[in-house]
Design a protein around this ligand. Sequence first.
Ligand code: SIN
Ligand code: FE2
Length: 216
Amino acid sequence: MTADLFDAVPDAPSQEAIGEGAVLLRGFARDNESDLIADLRAVIAQAPFRHMVTPGGHTMSVAMTNCGAVGWVTDQSGYRYSPTDPRTNQPWPAMPRSFHQLAKLAATRAGFADFVPDACLINRYTPGAKMSLHQDKDETDFGAPIVSVSWGLPATFLFGGLKRSDPSRRLRLAHGDVVVLGGPSRLAYHGIAPLADGEHPVLKRQRINLTFRKAR
Ligand code: SIN
Ligand code: FE2
């Protein structure tokens, strides 16, 4: 028999508290990765990525789309959740069951067992794309956490405090990592540093991020 010590221990995802109410679950979204990515491709086929414009008139470097009952949008008139895709005026694609399950499992692991997401913002970063420090505050209920899933190229997550001027930690997020921001960290400032170039075996030269929210 050639079993060694490591064969006996399943590759359990690790869990790291990164702040009060904030948890990093490394590798949590790797389990049924191929189903999740197939479901992602189906959503994108229905509602393609697009670069939205901020109320200040700036075109975002991150391309976005949504699935779920409502989707996050921005244009010259502001940030909001919309039940329809402004490109088509049709409802956003439904949230795949696999997505919903992943978000609920991750939230439960982080201590938010009653999380029911109704929105999933999908962000696509290509090399150089970034997201400046911001708070997620367009939702109605800050009692519900945000569940954020990373796939593809690794990124540097900037995790700050409740004030923009608070210092921020830099955490590396890799393929399959999940961050849950809830409780006192629900309104923490966060962002993504400009994406470094690279080639991911499955997703090639991009990083995909899903953020699950209870928007309404
Ligand atoms: C976001 O804050 O909406 C995205 C964060 C990320 O890409 O990890
Ligand atoms: Fe955010």
